[in-house]
Design a protein. Structure first.
Length: 511
């Protein structure tokens, strides 16, 4: 006899608080609902404030990706002002954003994702004892090492931006600080040390050797090359995940979205291999592998399953409303996150989406072999710093070589207009849409990566990306559904950009 049960999972070890509700049939997930459980309303508290106030307030949305929100807010105002940044301002902004990515990618992997390998369900896994030694929460040797190293890397933002988190050094037209030679050299030293550590302990090889891995077959050869590859975090992750057959989990819809990010200065040695004007390409890749140019007009947010006042279909952020409305009586609505869609489709965003949109040979080949599973998703995140660190080094060198060039282009007071700031945050596509009237903010809408990945159903009843990725998963222990935790954490949830937590009287499980 078929038996269906429903379980509520308050997922820990994510940035913020998240509740996943799953329906199981004979230990197999047949339906899922992702719920953000408290309204924050940053968009509403910005209305009526001065045109530049978003530069101070939006970095407070998140303590992990505050530079990211600052960059999006500044780019929106750049757009309204119609200003072209000096090359040094572009370099400095990019370096600080990439620092935040590099620390977040490694911290999320080692502190949030890999500790699940120490769960009791893996007690018979041949690498279990080693996983516990490395990644046990608050005690694992690799966890402690990662906290130390990423803390040091973040000093670059403190040097160039005055503080981290919640700095406000970006303004329309550039940045507020011209770093002297001594501080740029200090940043170079910190970055050089971090690169050496990343190569030795995370990759187990040089950046150049990793960049030579162009296919699934190359990845197998790389992993078996020597003990340094196998013992690094990347190698250990792959060995453990393969033995546990985690590549079978977390497929999702198969649509990928990138806004593009990291504009190239007019004069720079950094190039996009495909010839683009940004280091990270923009685009949308559908399930059938077709790539479309990105058009921000195709972004719309639905609220059919969200605790907001209803409207029909989806609305572009320039027309969007953030009108909280939760009676508790409407079972169709179950999250404070809206449901973003691109051209009417749900879309996965993040490091894997960036690689697929950019046509990275390794990840496109892995996608052809096994799909957008949680292993490919997490591997893309753990190895993304290998694509960022060389550009960071070049841009610091170029700032040193052009000390006499400006970091700011004067901008008159912004009185009226509307614009958007679109970038790739650590977790994927982030957009700020801003309208200014008479020198004050008339509308501010923010669409975060976690809103894309963790969205509830839209007005057609289509699940969000990680809701869909959970479907079909077999859970070994319904009282501790580690498999569900793997899938959701592979998207790197950052719920503080959307919600805080409230209590629940429903039955909760460990995860």
């Amino acid at each position: 006899m078929t038996k269906r049960i429903i379980r509520d999972i308050p997922l820990n070890r994510v940035e913020g608080d998240l509740e996943i509700r799953i329906e199981l049939e004979n230990n197999r997930i047949v339906d899922a609902w992702s719920s953000g459980t408290m309204f924050r309303g940053f968009e509403n508290l910005l209305v009526g404030r001065g045109a530049l106030d978003g530069l101070v307030i939006t970095p407070r949305i998140c303590g992990i990706c505050s530079t990211t929100h600052l960059m999006a807010a500044a780019k929106a105002l750049d757009h309204i002002a119609g200003v072209r940044l000096p090359d040094n301002a572009t370099r400095l902004r990019n370096v600080t954003l990439m620092v935040e990515h590099c620390q977040s990618d490694v911290r999320q992997s080692v502190l949030m994702f890999l500790p699940d390998f120490t769960a009791a369900v893996y007690a018979t896994h041949p690498l279990y004892a080693e996983a516990a030694r490395r990644y046990a929460p608050l005690a694992g040797g690799r966890c402690i090492d990662v906290v130390r190293q990423t803390k040091t890397l973040l000093e670059i933002i403190a040097i160039l931006g005055g503080q981290w988190p919640h700095s406000s050094f970006m303004v329309p037209g550039g940045v507020t600080y011209i770093p002297p030679l001594a501080e740029l050299n200090q940043c170079r030293h910190i970055l050089k040390h971090y690169r050496q550590w990343y190569e030795q302990r995370v990759l187990g090889c040089s950046l150049e050797r990793w960049q030579a891995v162009q296919s699934a077959a190359d990845l197998d050869a790389w992993l078996n090359e020597d003990s340094a590859r196998r013992d690094g975090d990347v190698g250990f992750f792959l060995r453990f995940a393969r033995a546990a057959e985690l590549h079978r989990l977390g497929q999702g819809h198969g649509h990928f979205l990138s806004y593009g990010s990291l504009e190239l200065p007019n004069e720079t040695a950094v190039v996009n291999p495909g010839g683009g004007k940004q280091l990270v390409d923009a685009g949308f890749v559908s399930r059938d592998g077709q790539t479309q140019s990105f058009d921000q007009a195709q972004v719309a947010e639905h609220v059919a399953s969200s605790w907001y006042a209803d409207y029909q279909g989806g609305r572009h952020p320039f027309d969007g409303e953030t009108d909280p409305h939760a009676t508790g009586a409407d079972g169709k609505k179950y999250s404070w996150s809206k449901a973003p869609r691109y051209g009417g489709q749900p879309a996965e965003t993040g490091p894997l989406a960036e690689r697929i949109v950019g046509g990275n040979p390794l990840f496109c080949d892995l996608l052809r072999h096994d799909g957008a599973n949680l292993v490919n998703r997490q591997l893309a995140r753990l190895t993304r710093p290998a694509t960022l660190l060389p550009a960071m080094e070049i841009w610091l060198e170029e700032m040193i070589a052009h000390l006499d060039q400006p970091y700011y282009e004067p901008v008159p007071p912004i009185q009226d207009g509307r614009g958007f700031g679109l970038i790739e945050a650590a977790r994927g596509a982030l957009g700020h849409w801003v309208e200014i009237r008479d020198g004050r903010i008339a509308r501010y809408q923010i669409v975060t990566p976690t809103a894309w990945n963790g969205s509830p159903r839209d007005d057609q009843g289509v699940r969000g990306p990680w809701e869909e990725a959970l479907i079909g998963t077999t859970v070994a222990d319904i009282d501790n559904p580690v498999e569900a935790g793997h899938i959701v954490r592979s998207f790197d949830p950052c719920l503080v950009c959307t919600v805080h937590v409230i209590g629940t009287e429903r039955r909760s499980l460990r995860c």
